[in-house]
Each structure stands twice: as C-alpha cells, then as structure tokens.
Design a protein around this ligand. Structure first.
Ligand SMILES: *[C@@H]1O[C@H](CO)[C@@H](O)[C@H](O)[C@H]1NC(C)=O
Ligand SMILES: *[C@@H]1O[C@H](CO)[C@@H](O)[C@H](O)[C@H]1NC(C)=O
Length: 986
C-alpha cells in the first residue's frame, strides 16, 4: 500500500519545519552551553584573581552562586556573557596583577586605580590583546615604563598617573597611535619625555604635570600640532622659555595649564584667540608684561594668572566673558581700576584680585547680578568714593547681600562705610581689617546667622558691643581690636558656642569683665587689653582653657584668680597678660605690681572673707587628711590588678613603690608622668597615673578598660607601646616604654634644651634628615590607626608634644587619652566634648563635634608645618596661628624658602623641605574631604615628592569656592572611602 510509503502531505510539510526548529533549539542549546562554559571559565578567573590578592574584604561578594551571574557584580561588565570591563577602583588591593587576568579574552577595560599595587609596570597585561582602556593610577608602581609598551597596541586610554615610575618616558609610547587620553602626571620621572608625544595626532587629553624632576625643557615648536587636543596640562614640569605664539594652532584646546613653571616672556596674545579655550592656568610662572587685551575665547570660564609679574590694567574685555566664573589675578602688579562690566558678569562666582595696586572704587554692581561666592580685593589701594548722598560707604550694598557669597575679603584698603544691617545668609567669612569703616555695630547683627569669622580690627567702629553680637552661634573668630568701641561689655552671652578667638583690644570699653565670659565653652584666645575695664577679674576666666590671655593696660583691680596664677606659673605666655593694671594684686610679684596681703588696700571684702575662708580651709584640710588616710588604707587593702600586654621584666611592686615625686618627669591634665627604673639592669619605663582622687564611675571604668585593651593590642613600631596597665581601687596606672628623647615639641620649641639624662644643656639641633624621619614615622603610626584597625581609631590630639622620640629619634605616637574608636568606618562620629589642642584643631571642630579621621590629618599637617618652619603651632603673631601664617605666606606668593626654619641648613634639602611644607599646607585645607587620607600622606612623605600634593597657589584653602568640576586639578585627589578590616599586627 502506497499509503505506507508516503507520508501525508501535512506531515511532509511539517517535517522540515520540525527539524528546522529542533535544529535551532539544538544550536541554541549548543551555543548556550558554550556561553555558560565561557561564563564558568571567566568566573573561575575572577575567583582565582580574588584569591591571588589574598581575599581583600572588599571582594567578599565575589563568590560563585547559582542565582546570579558574576556579570551582575558592581565591578564587572559583560557583553553577551563575556567579561569586557573590570573596574577595581579603591578596593585595597595590595598585591601584583597575576598573568591569568588575560584569560579574560574579551577584556577591553581594566581600571585598577587607587589601590596599593607594588612592583614594576605589569607587562603581563601584554597578553590582554583587546585592551583599549588601562588605568593604573594611584598605586605604588615604580621603575621605568617599559620600552616595549607599544605592545599594548590597541590602547586608546592610558592612565599611569600618581605612581613612582621613574627614568624617561620611553619614546615607544608614541607608537601607541590610537591614544586619545594619556595621563602621566605625578610620578618620579627623572629623565625626559619624548617630544614626539606632541605628534600623537589623536590625543584629546595630555596630562604630564607635577613631574618636577623632568629634565628642564622648553615647549617644542611643534607642540601645537595636536588639533584634537582639548585638555593640555603640564604644571610644575620645569618648562622654561617662552610660550610659543603658535599656541593658537591648537584649535580644540579648552583647558591649558602651564602653571608653576619658570616660564619667561609675555603671555602670547594668541592664547585668548583660541575659540574654545575655557580655562587657562598660568599661575606662579614668571611671565611678565600685560594681559592680552583682545579675547575671542568667548567661553572662558576660569582665568588664573595669579602670582606673576603682570603689570598694566585688567582688560576691559574681561567684562564681556559671559561664562567667566573664576577670575584670579591676585599677587601681580596690576594697576588701574576694576572694570565696571566685570561686576555684572552673570556667571562670576569667584573674584580674587588681592595684592595688586588696584585703585578707585569697587564697582557698585558687584553682587547684584553674579552668583558671587568669594570676593577678595584685600591689599590694594581701593578707596572711598565720596558720593553724592554723603557717606553711604563704598562697599556696594549688593555685595553684602549677594545670595551665594560665602567670603568677602576686603582688608587693607582705604574703604569706608557702615556695617550692613543685613547680610547674605551664606556669608561665613568677612575680613575687613585695616580700612576706615565707621559707625556702630547694628543691633540687627544677630541676623548674621551663619558668620564664622568676622575680622574688622583697625577701623573706626563706634558704639557698644551689642548683646546681639553674642547671638551668633557659629562665630569662631571675632576680631574688633583697634576701633573706637565704648561702653560696657555685654553681660549676657547668648550663644557663643563656637567662639575660639575674641579680640576687643585697643578700644574704649569700660566697666567690669562679665563673669559670663568665663563660660564661653571653647574660648582659647581672649584679648581685652588697652581698654578701660575695671573691677576684678572674674574667677570664671581662670576656668577657660586659654592659650592666650591679654588683660593688660586696663584698670582692673583686686586679686588675680588663683587658677590664673597657677596657669601663669606653668605657662610663660601669661607673664605679661596682666601688666599695667595698677590695682591688681597676686601672690607672685612677676605677674602684677602688687603682692596681695591681708591688709590689701581697697579690698574690704577680702578682709571680711578671709577669716571665713580660713575656717573653711581648716575644715577642708581635715576632711582631706581623713580621706587621704582612708585612701591609703584602701590602696593597701585592695590588690592592684595588673593587665600585661607584653612580656614584662618587672612586677606591679616595682612600679608602685617608685611612684614618688622625685621621679616625676611631667604632668598633664589627666595626671602625672613618672620615669621609673624597674630593675637593677637599668630598664626604664614611663608611668602615667590617672585619677588619684575619686572612684571612676562604672561606665567610665568600662570604657577605660576597653580602650586600654585595644591600645594595648596595637602593635606598630610608630605607636608607643603600652606594656601593662595596673588598676587599683582609686587610680589607673599605665606603663609605657620609655622614650629617651622626649617629644618632638621639646626639640623644636624649647629654648633651653636640657639633656634628659644628665640635665646638661644640649644644643643639638634636629637636622633635616631626622625631621623627615620623624615625619615619616609619625605618619605611618597614624596611617595604621586609621586604616589597619576596625573600627578605625582617631587620635584627636595629634601634636608635636604627643610625638615621642626614642634614642634613635624614631617617632612614636602617644597619648591616646582622647582617642576614640570610630563606630563605623568612614562615618563621622559625634563625640561629646571637644578635645584637641589650640593651634592643631581642625576648623570643623569648632562648629561640629562630628569628626572623622581627617581631623588627625589636619593636626598632622600642623606638625609638618612645625617641622619645616620651626614655628609653634599656636603661632608667634598674636592673631595668627601657624596654619594661618603658612597659608598667608603661600597666598601672598612668597617663596617657601623664606618660611623654612633657619636652624636647618636648607640649601642641601630645599626640595624635600618645600615638599613637606606643601604637604603640610595640603593637609590643612579647610574642607575635611579635601585633605588627603593618611595613606597618601605616607606615600608622599616616602617619596618625599611634592607632585602628589601641589599647592595650587590660591584656592586650596577654601575649595568650596568653585564647583569641583571646574578645576580638574581636583580630580587628582583620592577618594576617602576605604574598606574595613581588623587591626593588623606587624
Ligand atoms: C568574546 O565575546 C564574544 C561575544 O561577544 C563571544 O562569542 C566569544 O566567545 C568571547 N570570547 C571568549 C574567548 O570568551
Ligand atoms: C632616576 O631614578 C631612578 C630610580 O630612583 C634611579 O635609579 C636613576 O639613577 C635616576 N636617574 C637619574 C638620571 O637620575
């Protein structure tokens, strides 16, 4: 039957279709199988990678899982199931790159920036044949860039910045013809760069800056051949000679940075003819002449020509730059007036014209049309305009009210006018000293809510200090000295919660010093000298933790509070604090003209009080004796409990029996410090005894033990070793290793250096190599606390007296009295009460108790400034702490060599010393987030190179000035987040 041999037509029709479908399904299955096989292989590569990096906790989520593919991990990008991108940024990778990474055959982008990868350039990557994008910046790579780097032939983006590569930049790099982006800034190149680099015709970004060991060179004539180049930066690369006129050939150029180079000649007029130019930086070069007057670059948004020798006028045409938001011409020799049109620019946010010879008035429209944030015209010859309706002043009203303005710097001109009734709510800083402002402080001053710094000394202000002025909760510095203020001081202080410095000296103030002044919680500098204040000094003043007190040249009378007397005994700073107050008396003749006695004239109250006081004294003394004897019994009753943190060669008995006065070597707020020889072989320890008079409350006790426990387990060569802790009923005793060379502070600032052992004067000077060694050691200690502990430890009281030195001058961080654990990494913790020491306090401390590790970075920056300048943190000038002084020095464009400690023979080390000074500057930036993390500080100190942290000549103090994107130099800053891990032991 034919029926059996032939299939029905519909079957015949369907069969091929089925086979087609099943075929497709089968193929799909095959390819799917292949794909999942690839996926599996690539997963294995990732897992191996993680393992070869010793499983950093940042990659804890890299585990095989059935439910989700590795393609979903945030560091990975895949295409069709195959890995194309690895973005491994800031993951605390500390080991080199293994060769099998190139088993990811489709890898096109590899970003390993911000890790700690050591070693030479990873030539293993040559096998990643599809690599287009390679970023190895911010690691510890060293040695040369290999001369066969052109084997990475597909590269379009090569970012090697902020490493320690040295030698030449190899000529072969120019064979990477596809390069669009090349970043080689901040390394250790000590040779040359190939001129042919300027022939890489596809380049859009070329950044070679901050390589100041490059052999000095000139910009080659051909450097302008790069037609696609948008971003060109070579600051601090030893470029000399003139800027070629041909610069105008770089048609695409938007960003040009040639700052910090010893360039000469004039600024070529053709620069401003570049149509696309937005940001020319030519700060701190030696260019001369005047600023080109013709500008066709209509998009200019930043002009920085600060700190040069420019003369002539500010070009009128700048007033036409609609996109200009930052104009920095400060520290030149510019003269003439400020063009009126500039005041009306719609984008202008940041104006810095200080330190020139500008004349005339401040154009009246400033602040009316521009989103001004910062306005600085200090130290010019700007003068008053005697205008039609008499004195209304010549600071344009719009300026005071300009909505975005945060800082207004007008000091050192001839300006007049009254203080404004109202102020822009964002204004946090007004500096207007050394002018001719007059009139009263308005009672509406309480509306200046957000003001943090108000400096108006040496003007003609009159009237009283109104109570309303005390209503400013964020005010940290108030300087109104050398005015004509009169009347009584406000008796009520409403909310000076943050005030650190108060200067009302050289006025005509009368009446008593209100006792409330003693309850301004963080006041550390108080100057009321040269007034007509009378009455006695309220004892509350003695309770302030002052580093500067000046009440001299008043009509104060009565007895000096005993707390002040004690402070004066310990601190020579108070020696002249009270002089020229004929009515004052104290127990010590060096402080006041009169020594008090019971018949002290004029002080009738004293005579009445004295017998009562005497009776109370006897009573107290009795009580004290009873308590003391009880205590003594206690001490022997309760057995002291010793907790050792290392093997000890002494017992608690050796310690307790030697806690005698003759062994005291110092005393601080928390107790006395003893030097004790613990055995006959001469081993010595330092012993700190805390709280001898009252039982610690239970919570405190717990906290104390927890803290001691953690500190006891810290093992780092640059952190003082806690040998053991002894707990008695009434006191806590901490036993540390003994440091032969005391503290850094002692070597830097003590006039008379006594040898610690012999008591003989020791005139040894800390030479530079020792100072650098100390800086490196201390930085490593802090870095360990911040990075290798979980939770991290903030020291909170870093200062030169807490950096101890052993016999070899190795630095050890000490005094964790105020150190606290951070609850969670990267998160600021609110702490009650303010610790820290004057001169070292980060500014955020003043108005918030939320702090993170960056407060230590700030304080450490101050230590670096001390090490390089030899100055004390609190400063020699009345009004300027070291940080302010150093910043002023930089801002004024003075040479760093003039700031350096004369005790150091700095000819041989000028480069290193300048680097460390700049690092100090960089660490003391106001914004915590802009300070480098300790890890980077250590790195910079080890390299001792300033390239990592170049001080941009003007703006780093207040980096909030310009939007960050506006200044690409800021991109070079490391992010601050870091992963967690437990305290490592070394
Ligand atoms: C690379 O990706 C493609 C798909 O985009 C894939 O077909 C190929 O197998 C992958 N190569 C490797 C070696 O994984
Ligand atoms: C450049 O630096 C490297 C590494 O520090 C060094 O070995 C080399 O000798 C230096 N070369 C020159 C020319 O100074």
């Amino acid at each position: 039957m034919p029926r059996l041999t032939s299939s029905p037509p519909h079957i015949r029709f369907f069969f091929p279709f089925f086979s087609y479908i099943s075929c497709v399904v089968f193929l799909c299955f095959l390819s799917h199988a292949a794909e999942s096989q690839i996926q599996d292989q690539e997963l294995q590569v990732l897992l191996k990678l993680r393992q070869s990096w010793q499983d950093p906790s940042s990659l804890d989520h890299w585990v095989a899982s059935n439910s989700s593919s590795h393609c979903a991990w945030p560091e990975i990008k895949c295409q069709e199931g195959s890995i194309t991108e690895l973005n491994l940024v800031n993951l605390n990778i500390n080991y080199s790159i293994p060769p099998f990474i190139c088993d990811l055959k489709n890898l096109t982008k590899l970003d390993l920036s911000y890790n700690n990868i050591p070693g030479e350039f990873p030539t293993v990557l040559y096998n990643c044949s599809k690599l287009v994008y390679l970023d190895l910046s911010q690691n510890y790579f060293e040695g040369p860039i290999p001369s066969d780097i052109n084997r990475l032939a597909g590269l379009q983006v090569l970012i090697l910045a902020a490493n320690s590569f040295s030698f030449d930049v190899p000529a072969s790099i120019v064979r990477l013809r596809r390069l669009r982006i090349l970043h080689l800034y901040q390394s250790e190149y000590n040779g040359t760069f190939p001129e042919e680099i300027f022939g890489l015709s596809n380049l859009e970004e070329l950044r070679l800056g901050y390589n100041d060991k490059f052999v000095p060179s000139q910009l080659p004539q051909n450097f302008t051949a790069l037609k696609k180049l948008r971003f060109f930066s070579m600051p601090q690369t030893n470029l000399f000679g003139r800027i070629p006129e041909t610069v105008s050939n770089m048609e695409a150029l938007e960003h040009l940075d040639l700052g910090l180079n010893p360039l000469t000649g004039e600024i070529p007029g053709s620069i401003f003819a570049l149509k696309n130019l937005r940001m020319p930086y030519m700060d701190l070069t030696n260019v001369v002449g005047s600023i080109p007057q013709a500008v066709s670059a209509a998009n200019l948004s930043v002009i920085d020509l600060s700190a040069n020798n420019l003369i002539g006028n500010i070009p009128e045409v700048f007033g036409k730059l609609k996109n200009l938001y930052s104009l920095n011409l400060q520290s030149n020799r510019l003269s003439g007036g400020i063009p009126e049109d500039i005041a009306r620019l719609p984008a202008l946010s940041d104006v810095r014209l200080s330190n020139n010879y500008l004349r005339g008035t401040i154009p009246p429209d400033f602040g009316k049309f521009s989103p001004l944030r910062r306005f600085e015209v200090a130290f010019n010859n700007l003068t008053a305009r005697l205008n039609d309706n008499g004195f209304t002043g010549n600071v344009p009203g719009g300026l005071w009210m300009s909505r975005n303005l945060t800082a207004l710097i007008l000091s050192g001109n001839g300006l007049t006018g009254e203080l404004p009734k109202e102020l822009s709510p964002n204004l946090t800083r007004i500096e207007m000293s050394n002018n001719k402002f007059f009139g009263e402080i308005p009672s509406t001053v309480s509306s200046w809510r957000n003001l943090r710094v108000f400096i108006a000394n040496n003007n003609l202000l009159r009237g009283t200090v109104p109570t309303e002025l005390t209503q400013l909760p964020f005010l940290t510095r108030l300087l109104l000295g050398q005015n004509k203020l009169s009347g009584n001081l406000p008796t009520d202080i409403v909310s000076w919660k943050s005030l650190i410095t108060l200067d009302l000296s050289h006025n005509q103030l009368t009446g008593p010093i209100p006792s409330k002044f003693g309850s301004v919680p963080v006041l550390t500098r108080l100057d009321l000298s040269e007034n007509q204040l009378c009455g006695s000094i309220p004892p509350e003043i003695g309770l302030l933790n002052l580093t500067l007190l000046n009440l001299s040249s008043n009509s104060l009378s009565g007895r000096v509070p005993s707390k002040l007397e004690n402070d004066a005994l310990e601190n020579a700073m108070f020696e002249y604090s009270l002089e020229n107050n004929p009515g004052l008396c104290s127990s010590y003749s060096f402080m006041t003209p009169n020594v008090c006695n019971s018949q002290s004239r004029s002080n009738f109250a004293m005579i009445m009080v004295l017998p009562i006081a005497a009776a109370m004294f006897v009573l107290l003394a009795l009580l004290f004796i009873i308590r003391a004897s009880r205590k003594k019994m206690d001490r022997f009753d309760s057995t002291p409990k010793l907790t050792p943190f290392q093997r000890l060669n002494f017992t608690e008995r050796n310690i307790l029996s030697e806690l005698k006065d003759e062994n005291v070597i110092g005393s601080g707020a928390s107790g006395k410090v003893y030097r004790i020889m613990v055995n006959s072989s001469g081993d010595t320890v330092a012993v700190k005894r805390i709280s001898d008079n009252q039982k610690l409350d239970q919570n405190l006790e717990k906290q104390f033990s927890a803290e001691v426990e953690i500190l006891g387990n810290l093992r780092h060569i640059n952190i003082i070793k806690l040998a053991c802790c002894i707990s008695c009923e009434n006191s806590k005793i901490l036993v540390y290793e003994y440091m032969e060379n005391r503290s850094l502070d002692y070597w830097l600032h003590k006039k008379e250096r006594l040898s610690p052992v012999s008591g003989v004067a020791n005139n040894m000077i800390l030479d530079w190599p020792k100072r650098l060694q100390i800086a490196r050691g201390a930085a490593k200690g802090l870095c360990y606390m911040h990075n290798d502990c979980s939770p991290p430890i903030i020291h909170r009281d870093v200062k030169s007296s807490n950096i101890l030195l052993d016999s070899e001058f190795n630095a050890k961080i000490a005094d964790f009295g105020v150190a606290r654990m951070l609850a969670k990494h990267g998160e600021a913790v609110t702490l009650s009460g303010i610790a820290g020491s004057a001169g070292y306090l980060a500014p955020e401390y003043a108005h918030t108790t939320k702090v993170n590790e960056k407060i230590d970075v700030y304080s450490f920056g101050v230590v670096l400034l001390e090490l390089t300048t030899g100055r004390e943190a609190k400063g020699r000038d009345e009004d300027m702490c070291l940080v302010d002084w150093a910043w002023r020095h930089i801002l004024d464009g003075k040479a760093i060599s003039d700031a350096i400690d004369e005790e150091i023979n700095h000819d041989s080390f000028l480069g290193e010393i300048s680097s460390v000074f700049k690092l100090g500057i960089f660490c003391t930036v106001e914004r915590p987030s802009k300070r480098p993390p300790m890890k980077k500080v250590v790195q910079a100190l080890l390299k001792c190179s300033d390239r990592l942290y170049v001080v941009e000549q003007t703006s780093r103090r207040n980096l909030d000035v310009a939007p960050l994107l506006a200044n690409p130099r800021h991109e070079e800053m490391p992010p601050s987040a870091r992963p967690l891990h437990r305290c490592n032991t070394y």
